[in-house]
Design a protein around this ligand. Structure first.
Ligand code: FES
Length: 287
């Protein structure tokens, strides 16, 4: 058993083994965690670690970074899309990427790290061509999300935040279990590179992942056509690279609009806004 970053995992260290996606005896953590595929309460949160890659961001990336910063009144406000921009290059957030962003907006490495570690969309391990996210939050879990995650872990032979195949190569897949994907009306939900695949079952999710590994790109239930994780990151940074149609891809479905339709059918309307609403309080100036 080998942890791709730290080498062989000592069987005497069950916590290290769990972080590597295996139990101390080498079985997938899904078995160790049980059917629910959830970590045991004593699983320790790893200390934030950023891999140093020596990657040098080129002129095009610098130009894009300047465009992002120009969108905001304060450079530091551009940090989130900048972090997506560097992920679109390396497929994860390396220390080089973190420092690149921090330097551009004039903040410390610790400040940038504090933001990056708050959001789960910033990855500290290289991702596969595709990122498969399985919702195991309350609604989806009740409808079978945990079973889907367990099936995919078994199918891929890896655990949470681990990659089947060489990260970044065609057909490689990173899997994770995530909190609510804001599509509870279509649960259980899986996303690939943040595009929605609604009403999944263990079988349909396994078929989806198998297709990704074959190099196919099944069309999401709603929204834009599937792309790669890196290209999705570029879009999250605000660059569409000839995929402008993605912005207008349909995202609503009858289930989501049911309440609006009921209100229309029954003549329900929202109460009117007051004619003289109180003024907003003055906001302190941002520094
Ligand atoms: S609980 Fe899964 S999308 Fe909300």
């Amino acid at each position: 058993m080998t942890d791709k970053r730290n080498g062989p995992v000592p069987v005497s260290d069950p916590n290290a083994a769990m972080l590597a996606g295996r139990t101390a005896h080498g079985t997938p953590t899904t078995e160790f965690w049980g059917e629910a595929g959830r970590p045991t309460p004593n699983r320790r949160t790893p200390v934030p670690h950023y891999e140093t890659t020596g990657y040098e961001f080129g002129d095009e990336t610098r130009s894009r970074a300047e465009q992002i910063i120009a969108r905001y009144p304060h450079p530091r406000s551009a940090l989130l899309p900048l972090l997506h921009l560097v992920q679109s290059e390396e497929g994860f957030l390396s220390r080089d990427g973190l420092l690149f962003c921090a330097d551009l907006v004039g903040i410390s490495e610790a400040e940038a790290s504090g933001t990056a570690t708050y959001y789960t969309m910033y990855k500290r391990e290289p991702c596969g061509e595709h990122l498969v996210s399985v919702c195991t939050n309350t609604m989806c879990a009740a409808l079978g999300g945990d079973a889907i995650f367990a099936r995919l872990c078994d199918r891929l032979g890896v655990g949470h935040e681990q990659t089947a195949g060489e990260p970044g190569t065609p057909g490689s897949v990173t899997i994770e279990h995530v909190e609510c994907l804001a599509a509870c009306d279509f649960g259980p939900v899986v996303t690939v590179n943040y595009e929605l695949f609604d009403k999944q079952t263990p079988d349909s999710a396994e078929e989806l992942v198998t297709a990704l590994q074959r190099g196919e790109r099944p069309h999401p239930t709603r929204g834009a056509p599937l792309t790669s994780f890196k290209q999705a990151e570029l879009q999250l940074a605000g660059f569409w690279d000839g995929r402008e149609d993605d912005v207008d891809a349909p995202s609503a479905a009858p289930e989501s609009l049911r309440g609006v339709q009921l209100a229309a059918d029954r003549g329900w309307t929202a109460p009117p806004m007051p004619s003289d609403p109180p003024p907003f309080p003055d906001l302190p100036e941002k520094k």
